[in-house]
Design a protein around this ligand. Structure first.
Ligand code: FAD
Ligand code: 2HG
Ligand code: ZN
Length: 472
């Protein structure tokens, strides 16, 4: 192993290889998952500075038979970006590869390296007079490479689609250490299998994304945010249909938040002043982006909310008066994950169900869980506009949450995922499979689909060295 480490040092330089042999080095940030559920132990953490260096690192690891865990911002929620505990894996961090390579205004595209932090990509797009719409709570630390590797969703999917829909081309280092320049800015290209789409959502199991060309959009002239309590999820779904009808492509966000989820934000971040959370079991956050003007956006939004009031879908609503108020509403929404972490260990289910069936799914699954585990608490929220619910479970207020997880997690997951299957849903809407859901995938994905996935994995990574133990 020392030979490999010496070789890695020659490729990326001494200061970009970290090992446990160095008493000064703290590998914790690369070895610990964001949710603090699991800590692995790496043979080494390597930070290449160019695609060529990534290719050489992969070649050296392949020759040594050493497996690689690609890592971006390490914000993933399914344990996919940290090493296992064997002390034999190399973490390949894309942190240093963060450059914006090129903006093509005429083509409405931007090309960036994989380690570019999402927020920096959004800022670069804005500076060029465009919008890059991918948006999620972790945007200050996640990377575009990680976003693509997990096909991240976020809060603008209802209008702009997932990371996959936003990507036109990728540059990849294959499991053999070859460089594939697939950085196409083409919107149409039917020359055979879609290799780009194979790597998107592959969670580092097929190769390493080193750069990407993504779509840019016009910046909206005005963006308004509204918040409305609703009496039921059925009403929230009716409000969504109405919002689609009234706002058309202007509807850029439609989030739903359960009362207990908001109570946790209120408890742990009282300075955020969560609005109206005591008034109803659910609150909805809507966003209207308009290409004309703020007046036009406001009058459209007001007429939507009046219609919703008339139809009895909402009893009250606020439209943010200015950008600061709008930011605060979004801040409340984006703080649920952190508030839930503050509250303690929890079980996450990032699921999708046909939108129309979500209310019935929640009624049925809440009842099944409450009957099976008295006192269980539901932290439900998510991207209702995409049929994507974060159907999360917090341990009962009394008792030891660690013991709860140990004793009940599998039981809870079985109840939830069996219900997801019954409702024709997916057990991973946007976070991916990682290590956490791998054993569940075998149960909930069709054998034919799994066998095609395994064939792809074997064809592209015959040695099985790319992020083993994840997804498949
Ligand atoms: P990492 O966590 O480093 O890696 C994730 C996976 O991708 C791993 O399997 C890793 O091996 C692989 N990978 C990373 N970089 C590369 C690369 N260059 N090439 C190949 N494989 C690679 N997700 C959503 O979809 N929607 C949300 O709304 C959302 N909100 C979040 C909010 C918070 C507070 C947090 C902590 C997470 C949230 N996430 C969300 C999950 C996570 O942030 C996203 O999945 C994000 O896309 C991961 O990016 P990353 O750079 O941190 O990737
Ligand atoms: C979000 O939508 C993220 O905020 C995180 O996908 C979801 O914490 C979660 O379960
Ligand atoms: Zn989400």
């Amino acid at each position: 192993m020392q030979d490999l480490i010496d070789q890695l040092r020659r490729i990326v330089g001494d200061t970009n290889v970290f090992t446990h042999d160095d008493p000064e080095a703290d590998l914790g940030a690369w070895e610990q998952d964001w949710r603090k559920r699991t800590r692995g132990r790496a043979l080494a953490v390597v930070r290449p500075g160019s695609t060529r260096q990534v290719a050489e690192v992969v070649q050296a690891c392949a020759a040594a038979g050493t497996s690689i865990v690609p890592q971006g911002g390490n914000t993933g929620l399914v344990v996919g970006s940290i090493p296992n505990d064997s002390g034999t894996q190399v973490v390949l961090s894309l942190q240093r590869m963060s450059a914006v390579r090129n903006v093509d205004p005429g083509n409405s595209t931007i090309t960036v390296e994989a380690g570019c932090i999402l927020q920096n990509l959004q800022d670069a797009a804005e500076k060029a007079g465009f919008l890059f719409p991918l948006s999620l709570g972790a945007e200050g630390s996640c990377t575009i490479g990680g976003n693509l590797a997990t096909n991240a969703g976020g809060t603008q999917v209802v209008r702009y689609g997932n990371a996959r829909e936003l990507c036109l081309g990728v540059e990849v280092v294959t499991a053999q250490g070859e460089i594939w320049d697939g950085l196409s800015g083409l919107r149409k290209d039917n020359t055979g299998y879609d290799l780009r789409d194979l790597f998107i959502g592959s969670e580092g199991t097929l190769g390493i994304i080193t750069a990407a060309t993504v779509k840019l959009f016009p910046q909206p002239a005005a963006q308004l945010t509204a918040w409305a309590p609703v009496a039921s999820l059925d009403d929230a779904v009716k409000l969504l249909v109405l919002a689609h009808q009234r706002l058309g492509a202007g509807l850029t966000g439609f989030e739903v938040m359960g009362q207990f989820a908001l109570s946790l934000v209120d408890k742990h971040y009282p300075q955020l002043r969560v609005p109206m959370w005591k008034d109803a079991p659910w609150c909805v956050l809507l966003e209207n982006s308009d290409s004309e003007s703020e007046d036009h956006a406001r009058s459209q939004f007001e007429s939507l909310l009046e219609a919703a009031l008339e139809q009895g879908l909402v009893s009250d609503a606020v439209v943010a008066e200015n950008i600061a108020q709008a930011h605060n509403l979004w801040h409340v929404r984006e703080s649920i994950t952190l508030a839930q972490a503050e509250e303690g260990l929890n079980i996450k289910h990032d699921i999708s169900i046909p939108v129309s069936r979500i209310p019935e799914f929640v009624r049925q699954t809440d009842a099944a869980l409450a009957a099976a585990i008295p006192g269980v608490r539901f932290v439900n929220f998510g991207h209702l506009g995409d049929g994507n619910l974060h159907y999360n479970i917090q341990a009962p207020a009394e008792g030891d949450p660690k013991a709860f997880l140990r004793e009940q997690e599998e039981h809870v997951n079985t109840i939830v995922y069996d219900a997801v299957q019954q409702f024709d849903g997916s057990i991973s809407a946007e976070h991916g499979v990682g290590e956490l859901k791998r054993h569940k995938l075998v149960k909930h994905k069709s054998p034919v689909a799994l066998s095609m996935m395994r064939a792809i994995k074997t064809a592209l990574d015959p040695q099985g060295l790319m992020n083993p133990g994840r997804v498949l």
